[in-house]
Design a protein around this ligand. Structure first.
Ligand code: NDP
Length: 333
């Protein structure tokens, strides 16, 4: 087995030296278990949190443990009656070429229905997060203005397209190429580049009726630009704040956004609701049925950024936290 373990905890942005590639012997497959061969590994922003030992909703990855992650795998050997050799499954093998599973964390997918990598993106955890946050918390009405940050990415691209299906609009992305994709390929009404110096003004001009739903993926300067544009009774599904993930351990933040934020939230009766996709897991089957239909009809488009080789996972992951990915970031192991 080739695998990547956490060698040391990063302070600020992760560096290649925080990871170590190892080879270990292939284990025996215990009774009732399966041996999985990884085809695709999903790289996701939450992994940055798991590399730290700061208190969180889940335990940190221990030093020398395999980096966690969702995977699409082929069952190479089965000693479990529920699975047979050759089955394709979404599981959680982490950053390694093979893993043992008792089957309880596996979900079978049909590789003929959609490309199997979609099980990690548009028809996987990120697509479901977009659906859960927008449908339960954002709840856009026709003609309302919906703004989503990191709009070309795994979650954001789905949020914007679902909003469009619901009759609403807009996106924020980094750089002209991502903005062009968001507007021309995904069909958002507008795409604003947060790297542009007059980003806040451009956003205000693109939202003449204010913002009814802001799907928050980023935080930081993007939140600063959105805040004054929020309408009364606006809804903010708080999905993530990737611009801050490398901040912890660097000392207190340079800008305290709390007083300005709570003032607007109170005076405009805004609902800011954080969520984890798993709290809506009861809707997962409905999501898969609906989203598979939209993907098949071409109503829900997706872009994947596929990197070849497990060895390249650390560099690709470091890039995710700097906006270097363009679409759902996946490693072809
Ligand atoms: P993406 O595919 O969107 O990739 C991350 C993108 O974030 C980058 O491409 C970049 O886009 C943007 N970004 C990175 N750093 C910064 C920065 N410093 N400032 C502004 N933008 C930045 O990732 P995901 O779709 O997987 O994740 C999006 C968000 O959703 C994250 O916050 C993640 O933690 C969260 N999430 C939450 C879940 C939940 O259950 N609550 C589940 C899944 C994800 P650009 O170049 O356009 O700026």
């Amino acid at each position: 087995i080739r695998r990547i373990v956490l060698a040391s905890r990063p302070v600020g942005p992760p560096k290649p030296a925080n990871f170590r590639l190892e080879e270990v012997p292939m284990p025996e497959v215990p009774n009732d278990h399966v041996l999985l061969e990884t085809i695709y590994l999903s790289l996701d922003p939450y992994m940055r949190g798991r590399m730290s030992d700061a208190k969180s909703y889940v335990d940190p990855i221990a030093i020398d443990d395999v980096m966690v992650g969702a995977t699409v795998s082929r069952i190479k050997q089965s000693r479990n009656l529920n699975w047979k050799e050759g089955d394709i499954v979404v599981g959680s093998s982490g950053w390694q070429t093979h893993a043992i599973s008792d089957g309880s964390d596996l979900r079978g997918i049909d590789p003929h229905a959609a490309p199997m990598s979609t099980g990690l993106g548009v028809l996987g955890m990120t697509g479901f997060s977009a659906y859960a946050g927008l449908r339960n918390i954002g709840r856009p009405k026709p003609r309302e203005t919906v703004v989503v940050a990191a709009a070309s990415g795994a979650v954001g691209s789905v949020v914007g397209q679902l909003a469009r299906i619901d009759g609403a609009r807009i996106g924020i992305a980094g750089g002209a190429e991502k903005c062009a994709f968001v507007k021309n390929e995904l069909g958002f009404d507008a795409a604003i580049d947060h790297c542009d110096p007059d980003f806040a003004q451009q956003l205000a001009e693109a939202c003449p009726d204010g913002i009814d739903v802001y799907f928050e993926n980023v935080g930081g300067a993007v939140w600063d630009a959105v805040l004054p544009l929020l309408n009364n009774f606006g809804r903010v599904p708080l999905c993530g704040t990737i611009s801050h993930y490398n901040d912890e351990a660097l000392g207190p933040p340079s800008v305290d956004r709390l007083p300005a934020s709570i003032k607007v939230i109170q005076q405009k009766s805004i609902t800011v609701r954080g969520f984890m996709n798993v709290e809506f897991i009861a809707q997962h089957t409905t999501f898969l049925e609906e989203a598979a239909g939209w993907v098949a009809d071409g109503m829900l488009k997706y872009r994947e950024d596929i990197v070849d080789g497990l060895d390249n996972a650390p560099t690709a992951f470091i890039g995710l936290l700097e906006g270097r990915n363009f679409g759902k970031l996946i490693v072809r192991v």
